[in-house]
Design a protein around this ligand. Structure first.
Ligand SMILES: *Cc1c(COP(=O)(O)O)cnc(C)c1O
Length: 378
């Protein structure tokens, strides 16, 4: 095989989908004419109701980012003590527990879904457990039935980190409708974004007032502050971007699906590169494309492939490495010991996210796959 041409410009793991700038300027004109920039204005109200309909959520609230949303979700349930979570996630999942004075208890993951291994869940429950915080990682749904039945048996809450899951459905059910509450992140690196932003969807409408008071310092009216809240509000520009993104998200996801199918077709014959197929009961969003490297078969470790692709101007990312349980702030927790988390340790050492975003061309995917093949053969 010939040496593939390097990309002239760096190809990053993701690029944000962007609405037409003319529409953005029109929105800014609209916001300027009202002179109302934040504090739950017209754009916020319009986005909240359109998004609630789009996600088919019984209740929905918007926040300045996903981390803040998750933090306020934990507060809304007055959680205390221990929360069982996954180490194979972005740092924010564990940090949110830390900021709520909760102790993360790490549970190993399933080797196929990379989500919490429900067969190990029950053994981690103690009298101090008040919730389970699973992540539907990379948009692949957790075993929600088993998680719910364990939570019901022990009377603990289920809070889902659905940061990767915009638009995902399981058996026709929107993924945000599982558990007590689910968090979506609208960070620019996610498939649906508002530059920064986040939302919670939840079953119990009583939570709405509590969440929205704590999102705005605890203000009830002009003069009463009824809880020690924080500033978690989504501003008008964020909400306006969200409204415009709702018009293009389907096309973005369809484009990523097409590129994902091409990746799968091209990579299936390269030894030592493994990836996941679609699940029949799931409507996927094709947020990202993740492979695992079998070093013996591929002839290079994940780290070697990552380094070599860089020389061709292809910038992949090791999501998620290191594990949260390996971060300095959590590694001394008893549940963080590597021998308790063998699958998570293994996946984290071998996983790699390849570039995937709507702006990539089919040719780019071919060139990335040619390069991977070249690295395997030589
Ligand atoms: C992005 C992300 C978050 C944090 O969301 P922000 O909107 O960036 O605060 C939390 N959890 C996971 C799994 C994420 O990928």
């Amino acid at each position: 095989m010939q040496l593939p041409n390097s990309f002239k410009e760096p190809v990053y793991v993701t690029r944000p989908a962007l609405p037409d700038p003319k529409e953005v300027y029109a929105k800014i004109d609209e916001i300027w004419s009202t002179q109302w920039l934040t504090n739950i204005g017209q754009q916020h109200r319009a986005f909240e109701s359109k998004l609630q309909a789009y996600l088919r959520a019984p209740n929905l609230s918007l926040f300045c980012n996903g981390t803040m949303a998750l933090q306020l979700a934990c507060q809304a349930f007055r959680l205390s003590g221990e929360v069982i979570t996954t180490p194979f996630t972005f740092a924010a999942t564990s940090h949110v527990l830390y900021w709520n004075n909760l102790k993360p208890v790490f549970c190993d993951i399933d080797p196929h879904t990379f989500n919490i291994d429900t067969s190990r869940l029950e053994s981690l429950i103690t009298p101090h457990t008040t919730a389970i915080l699973p992540v539907h990682v990379f948009g692949y749904p957790c075993d929600t039935d088993t998680i719910q039945s364990i939570a019901d048996r022990y009377g603990v809450r289920v809070i889902y980190d659905a940061a990767h899951c915009f638009g995902v459905e399981v058996d026709g059910q929107p993924i945000g409708n599982f558990g007590d509450i689910a968090m979506f992140s609208f960070h620019a690196t996610k498939i649906f974004h508002t530059i920064e932003g986040g939302a919670l969807t939840y079953k119990d409408s009583v939570l709405k007032e509590r969440l929205e008071l704590s999102r705005n310092f605890g203000f009830m009216g002009e003069e009463q502050i009824v809880v020690p809240g924080i500033n978690g509000k989504m501003n008008e520009i964020q909400a306006a971007i969200g409204l415009l993104m709702l018009d293009i998200i389907k096309a973005e996801s369809a484009r990523r699906k097409k590129l994902t199918l091409l990746y799968r077709e091209r990579l299936q014959d390269i030894p030592g590169i493994e990836f996941r197929q679609d699940l029949p009961h799931v409507k996927h969003n094709y947020y990202n494309f993740v492979v695992t490297i079998d070093k013996t078969e591929f002839g290079n470790s994940r780290n070697q492939l990552y380094d070599k692709l860089k020389k061709f101007n292809i910038f992949t990312r090791k999501y998620f490495y290191p594990l949260c349980s390996q971060l300095q702030c959590y590694r001394n927790l008893p549940s963080a010991a590597p021998e308790n988390l063998p699958v998570a340790e293994h996946i984290s050492q071998n996983v790699l996210s390849l570039p995937l975003f709507g702006g990539l061309q089919e040719d780019d995917i071919h060139r990335i796959c040619d390069t991977i093949q070249y690295i395997q053969e030589f």
